[in-house]
Write a protein that binds this ligand. Structure first.
Ligand SMILES: Nc1ncnc2c1ncn2[C@@H]1O[C@H](COP(=O)(O)OP(=O)(O)O)[C@@H](O)[C@H]1O
Ligand SMILES: [Mg+2]
Length: 141
């Protein structure tokens, strides 16, 4: 699959996420960057569904709850966190990532650039950009 794509609907973005999920092998960090509304949560729906950890509509923004966990023992766990509201390193520590990193998982982070994660896991960075209307550029870097 290509490293850069332009989607024209939320459905195209979730579909791309399902394909992208095929190349994810836990343990891995997926770092999502992009402005509010660029499609980070929408993309996560596709990734989580593609991994078989939950249905798309079960995946919601963790803006207020900060971390959502999907999947069980069989599918492997998927952690989805949003660092947008994390104000300090102390707040960040309360998310409990030390425990997450103790086991193998897929960790998907929105606003990952706000805090550098102390993790030796392989990382994939996905950048989302508004191109006006429903168009979004998705880049894997
Ligand atoms: N091509 C597209 N890709 C992703 N989302 C899109 C697209 N076109 C329109 N949208 C809409 O844009 C919004 C993206 O919101 P969301 O995924 O929550 O963004 P973020 O998590 O980056 O703030 C959703 O309402 C979605 O339906
Ligand atoms: Mg979001």
């Amino acid at each position: 699959m290509s490293e850069e794509v332009i989607t024209h609907s939320a459905e195209e973005t979730t579909q791309w996420g399902r394909e992208f999920a095929k190349r994810l092998q836990a343990p891995v960090l997926v770092l999502l960057t992009g402005d509010l509304g660029s499609g980070k949560t929408t993309l996560t729906k596709g990734i989580v569904a593609g991994l078989g950890a939950a249905a798309e509509d079960e995946v919601t923004s963790p803006t207020f709850t900060l971390v959502h966990v999907y999947g069980g023992a069989d599918a492997g766990k998927v952690y989805h966190a949003d660092l947008y509201r994390i104000e300090s390193f102390h707040d960040f520590e309360t998310l409990g990532f030390e425990d997450v990193f103790a086991k193998s998982a897929v960790v998907i982070l929105e606003w990952s650039e706000r805090f550098p994660l102390p993790s030796p896991w392989p990382q994939l960075r996905v950048k989302l950009e508004h191109l006006g209307g429903d168009a979004r550029r998705i880049q894997v870097t």
